[in-house]
Design a protein around this ligand. Sequence first.
Ligand code: ATP
Length: 348
Amino acid sequence: MVVGDGIGREIVPATIDVVDASLASAGCDAVSWVELPTGWAGLEEAGDTLPETTRKTLAELPGWIMGPHDSSAYPEPWRTRLSPHGNLRRRFELYANIRPVRCLPGVKSTVSDMDLVFVRENTEGFYSDRAMHAGGGEIMPTSDVALSIGVFTRRRAEQIAHAACRLAQRRRGLVTVVHKAHVLGLSFGMYLRAAEEICAEYSGVTLDGVHVDAATVHLVRDPGRFDVLITENMHGDILSDLAGELAGALGMSPSLNASDRQAMAQAAHGSAPDIAGQGIANPVGLMLSAGMLLEWLAGQGHGEGYARAGHGLRQAVEAALHDGRGTPDLGREDTTASFASAVVQRLR
Ligand code: ATP
């Protein structure tokens, strides 16, 4: 596991407790956790925000839990480099960022019928620093002109379309491509065409397309019209934060970064330096991310017990929330640790 920075010191241990309890209740063997330094701990221990030992160990693992990083606070040159998690997404080609957003019973939300999943392309698009062989994808020809380059490849467009269709077949069967193809015809047009071709291969899956600006309106007015959404990297980052907050609170949004052989569980939110160290961070996003990782591991053939553990974890988190437990961002009184205990209790 990787603790990361800021509230990572609080939400990662809370999540580990809950994963341990869910594995035990599903009859799985206990996991022996290894803490790998990144971020500020990496700088202190090994002089790098993503030390080589951390990279090498992660390369051998099918999955891991990742805390958040406060990359914008690092000293140069790390501040302007890829963040540790951005680096890992690119290095291990974790191309699909799966971000489910759902209103949960008993949790106050701005909208009432949100139950959707973003499949966000995770390695290129308008965060083109992810995709460049060298350079960051931004150029300044003069001191007052900045150019920012987006990278869109057919390969990634097809990969995330497949990921979205596989997911939609297990859900309500609707895939929506979020795009801007009428303005950026070459890049988003390619995404749209790839999605059309791939979706036609999956029975029971229908496809529609929505402009990204219209998608913000639909998310607020009628989120029930969405099931699985394909998005470009930056659009997915923005839209999933909006959706997470509409469904309750950003701190509850889980995500999984997946390739075809590895997955990294990472909450959708950042390191929240404004509340770090106070013991009040909401661990639900990371807990649910860990549950997704367990289910993903089961799907990869690591044992059906992981599917039971992942399912049990989600149910226990939802039960605790339903019973009025939760951290102050939800208007409730738990600390991070006391919420974790409430979930563990429900798993026993
Ligand atoms: P990044 O760019 O790394 O994603 P960010 O700038 O989007 O980070 P966050 O760190 O996600 O910012 O924080 C945004 C706001 O949401 C902050 O006010 C923070 O306190 C709050 N927040 C984020 N995560 C949580 C959490 N788990 N529990 C409570 N509040 C949170």
